[in-house]
Design a binder for this molecule. Sequence first.
Ligand code: PBG
Ligand code: ZN
Length: 345
Amino acid sequence: MLYLIFYLHLKAFNIKFKETGLENMVRMRRLRASSSLRDLVRETVVTTDDLVYPVFIKEGKNIKEPVASMPGIYQYSNDRFDEELERVISSGIKAILVFGIPKHKNETGSEAYNDNGVTQNIIRKIKKKAPDIILIADVCLCEYTSHGHCGIVCGREVLNDETLELLAKTSVSLAKAGADIIAPSDMMDGHVAYIRKALDITGFKNTPIMAYSAKFASGYYSPFRDAAQSAPSFGDRKTYQMDPANGREAIRECENDIAEGADIIMVKPALAYLDVIKEVSNHTNYPIAAYNVSGEYSMVKAAALNGWIDEKKVVMENLVSIKRAGAGIIITYHALDAVKWLKEA
Ligand code: PBG
Ligand code: ZN
């Protein structure tokens, strides 16, 4: 046996290339020979225009608080946000996703639909200072409720229909403050239809809805829950967010949201769900957003800070992969870094 392996090995080694009949093989390497050629045949390019940068605004004064699990990301109070806004404007990023963190939380998350709430106030301020920035308002109750769930709670149950009313009120309040896009992330059934109706009858029929359609109950959100102080105080989100095992159900979620009037649909998280992004993009011609979430960011940052990976290479590879899978809009905490690296390239 050993002899046979040795014999085959030697024999293979002695074959002359000419004798193999491979002279006419397909030479994939031809188009990789120079950087200009590679540029010429590149299929997917991420640009600044594709990126959305999430920001956290905390109610209070003089706050610039680093988020421990997300190096480089801070909570800002309204009065300290100007420095971050300057960075966004000068980077050329055109869209930000706004998360507000209120001082006072209660059972119904009433600060979410307070016209003078933390999120409404920052939206008004940014709109005034930077009218061209697209302000996307995340609509959910978990940052505002004392129990940290994304809807009204009765016992241990998160009530669907009762929550819709509050989400609609929140959406209208945010649109009134100047939000350009309403982005419901609550995963209640019927939310897009309810919010669409509410926006239409209050004079916001031209305000688009970006629905978190296929949002999975993911372990990758935990750094965000530190940043937004929105971890549920009991149970988990599995009765409303999707089971990570379900790709076909993700298509149904997207179909439902489109039927209800969503203008943009979202898959979240991004990297562990590239197959879902691809499947959704094969299925619909609606614009697709993907959320490169907090845990995905933190893992890259942690490895980079340890010197284990090249941060720039890995980030740009992740972003181009999300776009290649079919997402034209990428929400990412890497946005400011990515823009800097795009300019260097
Ligand atoms: C609120 C919301 C969450 C995220 C965006 N909107 C957290 C959650 O559902 O627990 C996650 C974003 C991230 O991890 O970066 N519902
Ligand atoms: Zn929520």
